[in-house]
Ligand binder design. Structure first.
Ligand SMILES: C[S@@+](CC[C@H](N)C(=O)[O-])C[C@H]1O[C@@H](n2cnc3c(N)ncnc32)[C@H](O)[C@@H]1O
Length: 279
């Protein structure tokens, strides 16, 4: 049976009132699909499921974590990383510091991809990196920087594309080994980010719906990729407002491949593919 509009409304109200998470401005379509899956997996009747959210804070937390999508990968969308490397980051070379915020960082692969890129460009010493997510479990994984090797092996191709080649100049080839950044234990099926790099980012919980500005400094670069795709237009606009406020002039917001700034915030940014420069 499919989740009805009434059930979705009841779920959203209960999770907001009992769990403190407000999903009312998430996109109905994807929320319904996720709720259906979580309900099916729980094997509970809808009434019991809602009762458990009301009575059990930990159950409510778990439901929130199961409802949100955490898919991520190293150097996801390699072309974006190539453009970042050769067209965007050179703008920040003269900066004394480069402040970076990864909003909706999930298990951290995006954060470590950026750290590797910055290191190869000689910019890592200037970088101050904050990475946030609504889900404490993914943040714990991100802090450790330990992933399933077999699951991540195909993403090493992304690493090669971004770290070893320059699509804007085919004569340029870089020699960067995996061992420089990863410890790979095939027997245990673990790919670990080297400790010297896991110590660099500051990971903390932050809810884009309600937490607003959380640091005093502004940012040169904000990543928010594959997060707003789950939000409706109203929430997307609130989040664009938040990012606009928190970026320096000429700072850059990076969205996912299937996301865009449309509507009232569009004229406040200059668009170049997935990159939005604050005017
Ligand atoms: C699909 S992952 C994207 C990960 C990474 N940015 C990437 O593109 O590979 C979306 C992440 O957004 C987080 N998220 C969802 N709603 C959020 C909110 N209101 N505030 C902060 N993070 C949120 C989820 O927990 C999830 O980890």
């Amino acid at each position: 049976m499919n989740v009805t509009d009434e059930e979705l409304g009841c779920f959203i109200r209960t999770l907001r009132d009992s769990g403190g998470y407000d999903l009312s401005d998430y996109s109905d379509k994807s929320l319904k699909r996720r709720l259906q899956k979580v309900l099916d997996d729980s094997r509970l009747p809808f009434g019991t499921f809602i009762g458990n959210i009301k009575q059990d804070r930990l159950f409510a937390e778990k439901v929130l974590k199961d409802i949100t999508v955490n898919t991520t990968e190293l150097f996801r969308d390699p072309q974006m990383w190539q453009t970042l490397r050769h067209r965007i980051l050179p703008r920040f070379k003269a900066n004394k510091t480069i402040n970076i915020w990864h909003a909706g960082c999930s298990t951290g692969q995006e954060v470590y991809s950026m750290i590797i890129l910055l290191n190869e460009m000689g910019l890592l010493d200037k970088a101050k990196i904050v990475a946030t997510d609504i889900n404490n479990d993914v943040l714990d994984v991100a802090r450790k920087g330990q992933y399933k090797y077999r699951f991540n092996i195909s993403y090493l191709d992304n690493f090669d594309q971004v770290m070893k080649h320059n699509p804007f100049n085919y004569d340029e080839v870089y020699d960067v080994s995996y061992e420089k950044y990863f410890v790979i234990d095939k027997a245990k099926d673990i790919l670990s980010i080297k400790k010297e790099y896991t110590e660099i980012p500051f990971f903390r919980k932050h809810d884009l719906v309600k937490d607003g500005t959380f640091v005093y400094a502004k940012f040169d670069i904000v990543f928010c990729r594959n997060v707003i795709i789950y939000f409706n237009n109203k929430l997307q606009n609130n989040v664009f407002n938040l990012f606009h406020q928190n970026l320096y002039p000429k700072g850059c917001l990076i969205l996912g491949a299937h996301e865009a700034i449309l509507g009232p915030w569009a004229p406040r940014f200059e668009k170049n593919g997935s990159f939005y420069t604050k005017k």
